[in-house]
Design a protein around this ligand. Structure first.
Ligand code: ADP
Length: 256
């Protein structure tokens, strides 16, 4: 049986086709803001890659910021439920999930069965989200995937003291004008996101293992800074950005 999970995020649409609730047959990440054709492109891609027709899909579940306005799903399920399911599938020992997306950050506490028992969220402030990194990458004329490469070269990471994205933007521009090296700036930027989200995580309580999901988890600079901030090892999976879509496809299997 094939099920489809779609995660309509603020900045990306993700899709996964799952076979029998276990095997990931195909996956797709399309960079497109919510409300565009990003979802249909992600779905077309997974159908094409798997060689399946739409009719072969037994159940479709939508999650994410844009799930309420998407009419093609059998069920709409919260991101929290889906991230918990997806992470438990790839990391059964996870006790805490730190999910940093394009516009918000969430920390979930899981029980031994992978069920969410508590969570905290920041969706009010761009600092501590992917948006902060996107703005900074833009100023530095770097691709978002290059941030981790630059951060790894840092010798004296700077401290970004501004707590607001707009002020931090000015601070980074001043640092550039003063001749600060790009790697030192990028390491400071990654550190800033980690510090903010770590304080959110401490509010919910850290239970090992700690898994990072969402697009920002792909940045090793943020993962390493988070590990230092929390004093724990960070678990990671190359499909970290797809955990919501994976959880949605698992939910679809369970409902069928
Ligand atoms: P949403 O679900 O809110 O759309 P995602 O979980 O897809 O968000 O995360 C999007 C964020 O992930 C972007 O804002 C960006 O900062 C970050 N990101 C995306 N791709 C990469 C990459 N290749 N390397 C590092 N960070 C990335």
């Amino acid at each position: 049986m094939f099920t489809l999970g779609i995660d309509i995020g603020s900045t990306t649409s993700k899709a996964i086709i799952l076979k029998d609730g276990q095997e990931i047959v195909s996956s797709s990440i399309v960079i497109a803001t919510v409300g565009t054709d990003g979802v249909s492109r992600a779905i077309d891609h997974v159908l094409e890659e798997s060689g399946l027709q739409k009719e072969a899909i037994s159940c479709t579940v939508a999650t994410g910021y844009g799930r309420q306005t998407y009419e093609g799903a059998d069920f709409q399920v919260s991101e929290l439920t889906c991230h918990a399911l997806g992470v438990h599938h790839v990391c059964p020992g996870a006790g805490t999930v730190i999910d940093i997306g394009g516009q918000d950050a969430k920390v979930l506490s899981l029980n031994g069965q992978g069920r969410m028992v508590n969570f905290v969220m920041n969706d009010k402030c761009a600092a501590g989200t992917g948006r902060f990194l996107d703005v900074m990458a833009n100023i530095l004329k770097l691709d978002i995937s290059q941030l981790e490469v630059e951060a790894a070269k840092a010798e004296n990471p700077v401290n970004i003291s501004s707590t607001c994205t707009v002020f931090a933007e000015s601070e980074v521009i001043s640092q550039l004008a003063a001749g600060t090296q790009i790697p030192d700036l990028v390491a400071g930027i990654c550190q800033s996101v980690a510090t903010r989200v770590a304080s959110l995580a401490k509010r919910v309580g850290i239970k090992e293992q700690v898994f990072m999901s969402g697009g920002v988890a792909r940045n090793a600079g943020v993962r390493n800074a988070m590990a230092k901030e929390l004093g724990v090892e960070i678990q990671y999976h190359p499909m970290a950005q797809l955990m919501g879509a994976l959880g949605a496809s698992i939910y679809a299997f369970q409902k069928k």
